[in-house]
Structure formats: structure tokens, C-alpha cells
Ligand binder design. Structure first.
Ligand SMILES: [Mn+2]
Length: 301
């Protein structure tokens, strides 16, 4: 019985299979969490989607922006920018796969394990309850009758700042953008969607969302993907970046969320050392470093 959180796969199915071999994944006993962006850009998106859907209750997969892009393409709103999704679009089981994807959550929280997983980030004004409520609002629309209209109104960079009184598509768009697209943010909560690079490359005044000092989710252990240029390193001891750029010739990462003494035979790799990592604040219990397992990925040709 072990639980692992796995970073963005983006169609790199072979790397996923190698990683599952490395951790000796047993679908009857173990659980896998996936941080979203299962598909797109890599060459085996269809295989990846079918495999994770096929894991049933052994997998908990949240939605990333690339997964939402596929849904939007299927509703006729987005143009196909690259052809790595063609396999899914032309698959005989396309409808089942899409229906399954539509029913994935945008946030997963496990009280017992003590982790919260999102694809991208949380705005500073949201505590766990607000984040859960907001994710639920979008999930209800994804699974309900207003789905086609939501798909037509989902993408866009506005509004840039949370306000609890936001309504309609603007509210749902903001929530979706936070959970699936955000990286940098101003201390006051204004988001930026243009900068995607490593820390230091962003516009003045913006910082990574998880560094905002009075962020209301400071007390949570948060796992997120989406940001491969962090190379798995954050400045916060309770915020874990697990998109390690598998698609770009980096690694695919599995982070073990619980300790299982029966599986000690698998040697974990060293976790990356955060530079200038601050000590956890007084209110937090000491955070034990989780075990990380990685697979080196080939650079695409
Ligand atoms: Mn992403």
C-alpha cells in the first residue's frame, strides 16, 4: 500500500511505464496521483490517456491546461496546434475517453496523507476551503449541461485578480486559470500568464505564487505540476514542484506520499536541494523530505 504523485506526462507513455516499473507499482495495492497534463506534445497521448483511465480507482488524476485544451478542441473551440492529439481525436473510444476526462477534478486533497494537489497554483486569498469550493464550481460546470458554453468561454487572461463577488464565466475562467495555468503573481494577487520561464526571468513585481508571504494556503503541503523550468525545486519546504520536464528531455518524477516499509528495496534518488531554503514557519510541524523516484527522458528529436 503506497501512494505516489506523478508529474506532467504529456504523452510520454514509455517514461511512465519505466517509472512504474521502478517503483514496482501494484494496481491492486498502490495508488497513483497524477498532477495533470497527461497528454499533448509527447507522441503517445492516446496510450497515456487509455492507460490512466484503465487504472480505475488506483489513479487520481486532476486536470491540467493541456487536458482542458483537448476538451476545448473536441467542442470545436480550439484549433489543433500540433498533431499529437490526433490519435485521441480519431480513436474509436474517443467519446469514452473525453467523458472520463470531463469528470476529473481540478484539486485533490487527502486529509489523512496531508497533501493537496493542483496542476498550477492557488491565488494568495484562497485557503483550502475556498480552493475546494472554487474547484467544485468548475467541476460541476464541466460535468453539467452548460459544458459547451463553458468550453467556449473558458480560455482568456481576464480577470487577473480574485474577488469573491466575481460571477459567471469571468469567475469560472479565473478559477480555471489559477488551478491550471498560473505561475507568477503579484503580492496583491494579480496574476500573469505570459511568463513561463525560470525564476528571475519574469517581469518586475511578480513572484512565484507559492512565495507570497501571507498566502492563505501557507499551512498546506501542496503538490503541483505545470512549471518544468523550476526543475523540481521551490523555496518552500511544504510546496512540491513535480513537473520535472519529462517532455523536454528532463525526468519524470514520482513522489512517495506515505512510507511503506514493505517496499524498502527500491532505492530513492536524492531530492534536489533547494537553494536558500527557509526553515518552515513555527506553526508547521517539521516537514520530512519525501522520497523521489525519477526516470531520465530522451530529448525529443
Ligand atoms: Mn500545464
Amino acid at each position: 500500500m503506497a501512494t505516489y504523485a506523478i508529474g506532467d506526462i504529456q504523452g510520454c507513455f514509455d517514461a511512465l511505464i519505466s517509472l512504474l516499473e521502478k517503483i514496482a507499482f501494484d494496481p491492486d495495492k498502490d495508488t497513483l496521483w497524477f498532477a495533470g497534463d497527461l497528454i499533448n506534445r509527447g507522441d503517445k497521448s492516446l496510450e497515456t490517456l487509455r492507460f490512466i483511465k484503465g487504472l480505475g480507482k488506483s489513479a487520481i488524476s486532476i486536470l491540467g491546461n493541456h487536458d482542458l485544451t483537448l476538451l476545448s478542441i473536441c467542442e470545436g473551440n480550439e484549433k489543433v496546434k500540433n498533431h499529437t492529439l490526433d490519435g485521441i481525436l480519431e480513436a474509436p473510444d474517443r467519446e469514452e475517453l473525453i467523458l472520463w476526462l470531463r469528470h476529473r477534478p481540478l484539486l485533490h486533497h487527502d486529509e489523512k496523507l496531508g497533501y493537496t494537489m493542483i496542476h498550477a497554483g492557488l491565488p494568495p486569498q484562497w485557503d483550502l476551503t475556498t480552493a475546494q469550493k472554487c474547484a467544485c464550481e468548475v467541476e460541476n460546470v464541466l460535468q453539467g449541461d452548460d459544458y459547451p458554453q463553458f468550453m467556449a468561454n473558458m480560455f482568456g487572461d481576464e480577470p487577473k485578480k480574485w474577488n469573491k463577488d466575481l460571477q459567471g464565466w469571468a469567475r469560472l475562467r479565473f478559477i480555471t486559470n489559477c488551478l491550471t495555468r498560473m505561475r507568477y503573481c503579484k503580492p496583491g494577487g494579480k496574476l500573469d500568464f505570459k511568463d513561463k520561464g525560470p525564476i528571475g526571468s519574469q517581469k518586475d513585481g511578480y513572484i512565484p505564487w507559492y512565495e507570497i508571504p501571507d498566502r492563505k494556503s501557507n499551512d498546506l503541503k501542496i503538490i503541483f505540476g505545470h512549471w518544468s523550468t523550476l526543475f523540481g525545486i521551490t523555496s518552500q519546504s511544504n510546496v512540491y514542484a513535480i513537473d520535472t520536464g519529462c517532455l523536454w528531455g528532463g525526468t519524470l518524477t514520482a513522489m512517495k506520499l506515505d512510507s511503506d516499509k514493505s517496499k524498502n528495496s527500491h532505492e530513492p534518488v536524492d531530492s534536489p536541494e533547494p537553494t536558500d531554503s527557509p526553515e518552515p514557519t513555527d506553526s508547521l510541524e517539521p516537514v520530512k523530505k519525501p522520497e523521489l523516484y525519477t526516470i531520465e527522458c530522451e530529448k525529443p528529436v
